[in-house]
Write a protein of this length. Structure first.
Length: 182
């Protein structure tokens, strides 16, 4: 007697193999999606962290105020414009500005009043704010600050968050420009 596989056994085997294949495929797709999510999230956070550190360094370098020159020219929730010194001790104008959910760094290196260079620092920021504080820690308001209020700035706060799906990363700090210290 010759043994053979019946049609029902063959269909059952194909169905089982198919279901196992689908299960393995879902597992591998989930692993690939997790990897893509983690690498994308890491890239976003690293970009935001880099922008945060660059802003902190530049704000610390704001030029010392004089009676005739307030070196913080614009102080708003989404814009900070100030005068700093470049490596050759020449005045330069720097502006950080939020446009939509994108943060830009603008540079006026020849100090002619027009920003000849503009760089996108980071995309996809939420709840971005500059905050301004007096020497005793009182928050200055309302924004934008007037000329006289800008003279009282001692610390500048930066707050923002980046989001990826259901995860939120918050960045915040207060910076005291080193040239403002007496």
């Amino acid at each position: 007697m010759k043994k053979s596989v019946t049609l029902i056994e063959l269909i059952a085997a194909i169905t089982i193999v198919g279901l196992l294949s689908v299960g393995f495929a879902w597992y591998f797709i989930d692993v690939i999606n997790t990897y893509n999510f983690v690498s994308f999230r890491s890239e976003i956070v690293n970009t935001a962290r880099s922008a945060f550190m660059q802003m902190t360094r530049k704000i610390r370098q704001i030029k010392k105020r004089t009676p005739s020159e307030n070196t913080i020219e614009v102080a708003e929730a989404g814009t900070l414009q100030f005068i700093s010194l470049d490596i050759n001790d020449n005045d330069i104008r720097i502006r950080y500005r939020l446009s939509g959910n994108d943060l830009y760094y603008d540079l006026d290196s020849d100090f002619d009043g027009s920003f000849e260079s503009s760089y996108l620092l980071v995309r996809g920021l939420y709840n971005f704010n500059f905050k301004y504080y007096t020497e005793d820690g009182t928050e200055l308001s309302p924004l934008p600050l007037s000329y006289s209020d800008r003279e009282n700035i001692y610390q500048i706060g930066i707050e923002f968050e980046v989001r990826e799906r259901d995860q939120i990363y918050q960045f915040h700090t207060k910076i005291c420009p080193r040239n403002f210290k007496e």
